[in-house]
Structure formats: structure tokens, C-alpha cells
Write a protein that binds this ligand. Sequence first.
Ligand code: HEC
Ligand code: HEC
Ligand code: HEC
Ligand code: HEC
Ligand code: HEC
Length: 213
Amino acid sequence: MFHFPSWTLTVRDMGGAVLLVAPLYIVGLVAFGASPKTTDVGYQPDQPIEFSHALHAGQLGMDCRYCHNTVEKAAHAAVPPAATCMNCHAGIKTQSPKLQLLRDTYENGEPIAWQRVHDLPDYAYFDHSAHVTRGIGCASCHGRIDKMEKVWQEHPLSMGWCLDCHRNPEDHLRPLDQITNMTWAPENQREIGLEIKAKLNIAPSQNCSTCHR
Ligand code: HEC
Ligand code: HEC
Ligand code: HEC
Ligand code: HEC
Ligand code: HEC
């Protein structure tokens, strides 16, 4: 009773050779895979502190990299420690009950228990630096974070979604100085994309082993 999920169409597109060598691997992945959370568009867990991106990244205009300061160097985008927040909140809203937990964790050194919003299954490999240093902006994958009071998952993060862009990156490529710009929306995206693709020699891989290692 093997039920073929929709991605098999995509796999078939890539040619019979893959299917000839891949079936055992695929059955294994299907048995372990299918983490429901990763495809939950709209997943929006409550957070221990009501931190608002709409306020900090939107109204206050803070750059994403002030807090997520590893995105250009590492696979993971670091979520900031309490100390980063205290750069400001040692002096701003020091009596706010909404910041009590922040002050407590800062003093006792424990990490804040932020709830993960995006979470791929372990068998899928993702790397932030490989994208943000190659012309893919945060907004292409996370949506308008600068308008979110509480972060939700905007896109499915499914294999088909990854591959759509790996096949046609020109629909998304932008200049490297616009990576964290939330409002980048040129009229001639395709033209600009093709230009960047040629200049930086962009060729995203569709090999299974790129994302399944
Ligand atoms: C002042 C610090 C700060 C700034 C600036 C900031 N963030 Fe965040 N970000 C956080 C914190 C803290 C969390 C964890 C709590 C939450 O999800 O709201 C987070 C969570 C996230 C998440 C969800 C992570 C997960 O669990 O999957 C994404 C995506 C994200 N930020 C993207 C951005 C983008 C894009 C920008 C720039 C437009 C940005 N952030 C600016 C502090 C910041
Ligand atoms: C660059 C300075 C800066 C940083 C860094 C910063 N904030 Fe803020 N934060 C502000 C300002 C300004 C306000 C709005 C104050 C006001 O409403 O007068 C604010 C408001 C808040 C509020 C609402 C407080 C209330 O009583 O309404 C929360 C919660 C908050 N920040 C959490 C955080 C957390 C968590 C971090 C770290 C991830 C952080 N902030 C980092 C400047 C900062
Ligand atoms: C090509 C798509 C893509 C781009 C571009 C992208 N992200 Fe992500 N982001 C993801 C995926 C996928 C995950 C989940 C990764 C996982 O579970 O291993 C994620 C997770 C995160 C997380 C949670 C911590 C982590 O690494 O798992 C934060 C924070 C985050 N992204 C912030 C950002 C910021 C800030 C930018 C822009 C500077 C950005 N992202 C650009 C796809 C992207
Ligand atoms: C919006 C476009 C876009 C999306 C969505 C996207 N990618 Fe990519 N990906 C790229 C581009 C562009 C590159 C860089 C290609 C290059 O350097 O030539 C890349 C590179 C990578 C690399 C690095 C490959 C290497 O050679 O090291 C990995 C791994 C990867 N992507 C995995 C993923 C996964 C997993 C997802 C889905 C969760 C995903 N990508 C979604 C555009 C995208
Ligand atoms: C660009 C990245 C990328 C490439 C290339 C890629 N995959 Fe995936 N694959 C993913 C991601 C991300 C998931 C997790 C999707 C989810 O959680 O819904 C996944 C999930 C899967 C699953 C589990 C599906 C399920 O329903 O749980 C199988 C099986 C799989 N991939 C096989 C392959 C094979 C075979 C290839 C080569 C032909 C391949 N993948 C190439 C990113 C990729």
C-alpha cells in the first residue's frame, strides 16, 4: 500500500535514472519523513516574549543582520541572545512587564525559550549563507517579516518549493546590497535576475545529494 505523494512527479521529471537508483532511499525517507510542521504554511507559535518584528524591523527600521548576525557566514541564522536586546532595553522601557522575562534571563544567564517557527526535517540540508551571499533575499523565503507582530511561516518549505526556485532563480535574484530589503520589487525582475545570474555565475543544484547528505 505505497501511496505516492505529489513530489514524485517532480522526481520523475528529473529522469528515470534517478528513480532506478533511488527507490530504497525514497522508501526510507518516506518512512521517516513527512514532518507535518515543515509544510505548515501559517504556523505561528506563541513566543515567551511578545517580540514584534513589525516594531523592530518595520517601524524602527533595524536591519535583520543586527540580530541574525550569522546569516551571511553560516548555515543557521542565529537568534539573538538577551544581551543583544539589552543593548537597548537596559535603557528603554526598563519597567515594562512585557520585558520582565528578558531582564530575568539576562541576569540568570539562561537562554530565552524561543519557539521555532521554521524547521525542516533532519534529512533535508539547508544553508543560509549559500543563499544570502548569492542574491536571494530574506523576503523571498520568509515573506514580509517587517509586518509581522508574531512570526509565521509564509511558504511551504517543501521540496517542490525549493526546486521551483533552483530551476528558475532569475525570478528571485536581487543585488547583494538588497538582501534584507523587505520592499524590493522591481518591475523588470526577470531582466535583473538574468543579469545577476550571468554575472555571479549562479547555477543552483538539483542533485539529491545537495539537500540530502
Ligand atoms: C531586534 C532583533 C531582531 C531583528 C532586527 C530581526 N529579528 Fe528576526 N527574530 C528575532 C528574535 C528574538 C526571534 C525569535 C522570536 C520570534 O520568532 O519572534 C526572531 C525570529 C525570526 C524568524 C523565525 C525563526 C524561526 O524560528 O523559524 C525569522 C524568519 C526572522 N526572525 C527573520 C527576520 C528578518 C527577515 C528580519 C529583518 C527584516 C529580522 N528577523 C529582524 C530578533 C530579530
Ligand atoms: C535598537 C534598539 C532595540 C533593540 C536592540 C531591541 N529593542 Fe525592543 N524596543 C525598542 C524600542 C525603541 C521599543 C519601543 C519603545 C516604546 O514603545 O516607546 C521596543 C519595544 C519592545 C517591546 C515592547 C515593550 C512594551 O512595553 O511595549 C518588547 C517586548 C521588546 N521591545 C522586546 C525586545 C527583544 C526581545 C529584543 C531582542 C531580541 C529587543 N526588543 C531588541 C528598541 C530595541
Ligand atoms: C532560500 C530561502 C531562505 C532565505 C533566502 C532565508 N531563509 Fe531563513 N530559513 C529558511 C529555511 C528553509 C529555514 C529552516 C531551516 C532548517 O530548519 O534547517 C530558515 C530558518 C530561519 C531562522 C531560524 C533559525 C535557523 O537557521 O533555522 C531564522 C532566524 C531565519 N531563517 C532568518 C533569516 C534571515 C534574517 C534571512 C535573510 C538575511 C533569511 N532567513 C533568508 C529559508 C530561507
Ligand atoms: C528563492 C530561491 C531559492 C529557494 C526558495 C531555495 N533556494 Fe537553495 N539556492 C538558491 C540559489 C540561487 C543558490 C546558489 C546557487 C549558486 O551559488 O550557484 C542556492 C543554493 C543552495 C544550496 C547550496 C548548494 C551548494 O552548492 O553548496 C543548498 C544546500 C540549497 N540551496 C538548499 C535549498 C533548500 C533545502 C531549499 C528549500 C528548503 C532551498 N534551497 C530553497 C535559490 C533558492
Ligand atoms: C533543493 C533541495 C532539494 C533537492 C535538490 C532534493 N530535495 Fe528532496 N527534499 C527537500 C526538502 C526540503 C524536503 C522536505 C520537504 C518537507 O518536509 O515537506 C525533501 C523531502 C524529500 C523526501 C521525503 C518526502 C516526503 O513526503 O516526506 C524524499 C523521498 C526526497 N526528498 C527525495 C529526493 C530525491 C530522490 C532527490 C533527487 C532527485 C531530491 N529529494 C532532491 C529538498 C530537496
